[in-house]
Design a protein around this ligand. Structure first.
Ligand SMILES: [Zn+2]
Length: 331
């Protein structure tokens, strides 16, 4: 994903920034605020394990053995958690005219239900550590423990725990391939935009089911850093303000406003943009942005070789997983 340059970080609703006081520790909770609906309990240890298992395959870049093995792993995991799985193979042209092979992996629950929620993350990792402090690594593929694997880990854990008692709404979990194959930083120009999100662009124009519709979508990206904070992303506010409101209100009611501040972030070219543009499904992006970061307003190890498992923290995985579960079980 890539940041798009727009006016950055305007305080939206609350004058005082909530990042100044310590974060509330996530707590496992089962009861729902209404007291009526039982929301299953998210397990961050399990989500963490799914992050570690992806990273262990090595960088998930197109044409690699790691890509094939991870695709198989993700499809088998979803099947073992009771999902109906579609593996969508596709080709896409990269910024350098190379033709890449990608695999989007879709796990569906209660496919017969009309009202559906789409949950997604990208499972590929960036082929270039082009923001590393050391220029020697600028063409080295990264582990992508946070940038990619963290969101997938949270969604695999959600797949595991919703199975025994599914929510009222149908759920589709999509793991997009080839999100992060955009041009290296030193070759980027104004037209670089359409070369990010190749898997989501393909899916949005060729959904896995004819006439596929979802009421809305939620994308996760970079949700595993210890200092994770998710200001409201710009395209999410533009295309799906009601979903932003729904999710951030739910987060606040759970006591997680410090992770989900009522504050506007930047505009990020990520998979949700193409789902909004081409599939007309309102989709938001829960993505770590940090206005004080020296690394392009993302987390400190973004697109560096240090985006590895050591930099993953269970606490934000827990928070994001819990918020998502409370949103989907309250529909
Ligand atoms: Zn990335």
């Amino acid at each position: 994903m890539k940041k798009i340059l727009f006016p950055a970080f305007i305080l939206l609703l609350i004058a005082s920034c909530t990042n100044n006081h310590p974060k509330q520790e996530p707590t496992a909770r089962q009861e729902n605020t209404t007291g009526r609906i039982m929301v299953p309990q998210f397990n961050a240890d399990s989500a963490y394990r799914y992050v570690a298992e992806q990273v262990a395959f090595g960088p998930r870049v197109p044409g690699s053995a790691a890509q094939q093995l991870t695709a198989k792993y993700l499809a088998e995991k979803l099947k073992s958690f009771g999902a109906t799985v579609t593996e969508q193979e596709f080709s896409a042209r990269a910024y350098n005219h190379e033709i890449l092979s990608g695999i989007n992996i879709i796990g569906s629950y209660a496919p017969e239900k009309k009202k559906r929620i789409l949950l997604a993350a990208h499972w590929d990792s960036r082929p270039y550590a082009d923001h590393d402090a050391n220029p020697e690594f600028h063409r080295t593929p990264i582990d992508g423990a946070n940038d990619g694997a963290s969101g997938v880990g949270v969604l695999l854990e959600i797949a595991r725990i919703i199975q025994p008692q599914l929510p009222e709404t149908g759920i589709d979990i999509i793991f997009f391939d080839l999100e992060d194959y955009g041009p290296p930083e030193d070759t980027q120009n104004e037209d670089a935009g359409e070369f990010w999100g190749l898997g989501s662009q393909y899916w949005a124009k060729n959904p896995h089911q004819f006439n596929y519709r979802a009421a809305y979508g939620i994308l996760l990206d970079m949700v595993g850093a210890p200092d994770a904070v998710f200001p409201m992303e710009g395209f999410s506010l533009y295309y799906a303000p009601h979903i932003v409101r729904k999710v951030y209100d739910r987060a606040r009611s759970l006591g997680y406003e410090n992770y989900f501040p009522q504050q506007q972030g930047t505009y990020v070219n990520d998979d949700h943009l193409y789902v909004n543009k081409y599939a007309n499904i309102p989709m938001i992006d829960i993505i770590h942005q940090d206005p004080d970061s020296k690394n392009n307003a993302f987390f400190e190890h973004w697109h560096t070789i240090n985006d590895n498992l050591e930099a993953i923290d269970r606490a934000p995985l827990q928070v994001v997983g819990e918020v998502l579960l409370h949103v989907i079980y309250n529909e």
